[in-house]
Design a protein around this ligand. Structure first.
Ligand SMILES: [Zn+2]
Ligand SMILES: [Zn+2]
Length: 337
């Protein structure tokens, strides 16, 4: 439990007190290190574990830990030793390779998987995320085309894949292709989940949606976002990319007619939540937030700089990771997320 809330030290103490470290205890510890971006520690525990305690779940947790810490070689050697490789084990390994931009190897592994399994959408989604992170629009297009052939009825997965592709085209200045996809999405009525961040300020829970203006203090919160953006830019936050002011590949839903790339990104709910903390307490020492989606690349950079500039410890739990933004401006995930 503690591992999931970011207190890996507490988890470790509990673990060390369990006299008979059963396989659940070991696996929970590996998972806890993995979630907190401490892949080396997770691997260490894995190698200390008695062989007979290692099961399917252990493999998934240790591969996932490697994936989030960029330990590709370690993951590869663990993967090769696994006797029974399930779909989820393949998915985790392909996620690891894709995050490290080892796309050729990832695709070979998919071929290997499909020799004796039916194609799995989760595997293609893992490959897509990696291609998105690398802004590899050629590979993305190939994967999306293949997904459309293989999984014609999986509307949600196809929609998410098309949005990713459109956004990568938009950030590579291929606005024509991006617009074509977005028009198609609009026609098919595709709607994507909107980002929500929840945080506790002085004992009260606050909920922020992207572009939220529903709070009594919304005007003040948006002013604070602007002030923080200025300070961050002074500290050299990279804002010119591909001729756009922001990195557009991270937008996770189609752009509405009255929105620009810039307003979409600045409306991110986690920044509103951070700004609200700074309004209520001018010098917060620690901020904790929970998001329903994966943190976007731009917000991840911004949050690192907020932690550094304002000397505030920030913990963000997003849809698949816990990020500890530390006072030195680094995140525990080491930018693998
Ligand atoms: Zn964001
Ligand atoms: Zn992070």
């Amino acid at each position: 439990m503690w591992g999931k809330f970011g207190s890996v030290e507490a988890a470790k103490q509990v673990f060390e007190k369990i006299s008979e470290q059963d396989h659940i205890g070991w696996t929970v510890m590996i998972n806890s290190y993995g979630l907190n971006g401490m892949g080396d520690e997770a691997v260490k525990i894995f190698h200390q574990m008695p062989k007979e305690s290692i099961d399917h779940l252990t493999y998934i947790c240790v591969l996932n830990a490697c994936s989030h810490s960029g330990l590709v070689d370690v993951a590869r050697s663990i993967f090769n030793d696994i006797q029974t490789k399930t779909e989820i084990i393949y998915t985790t390994m392909i996620d690891c390779l894709s995050r490290a931009a080892a796309f050729e190897e990832a695709q070979k592994l998919i071929e290997q998987f499909e020799r004796d399994h039916a194609p799995a959408v989760s595997i293609y989604t893992a490959l897509l995320s990696g291609a998105r992170n690398q802004k590899n629009s050629k590979l993305l297009q190939e994967v999306v085309d293949r997904m459309q052939k293989l999984f014609p009825n999986m509307k949600d997965s196809l929609l998410a894949a098309s949005i990713l592709l459109a956004n990568v085209y938009a950030s590579s200045d291929d606005i024509g292709k991006a617009t074509d996809i977005k028009i198609e999405l609009h026609k098919s009525g595709g709607k994507k989940q909107i980002g929500v961040t929840v945080t506790d300020i002085d004992g009260k829970l606050w909920k922020f949606r992207a572009h939220d203006r529903s709070h009594a203090e919304s005007a003040e919160i948006h002013e604070q976002v602007d002030r923080m953006s200025k300070r961050i830019i002074e500290h050299g936050h990279k804002i010119i990319e591909h001729g756009h002011k922001y990195d557009a590949s991270w937008i996770v839903r189609p752009i509405e007619p009255d929105e620009t790339i810039e307003t979409l990104l600045c409306g991110h709910s986690e920044r509103l939540a951070m700004a609200a903390h700074f309004i209520h307490n001018r010098k917060p020492k620690r901020i904790q937030m929970t998001m329903n989606l994966r943190i976007c690349g731009d917000c991840h950079e911004v949050t690192k700089l907020v932690a550094l500039i304002y000397q505030c410890d920030i913990v963000v739990r997003d849809a698949n990771h816990i990020h500890h933004f530390r006072l030195n401006g680094q995140c525990s995930c080491q930018d693998y997320f």
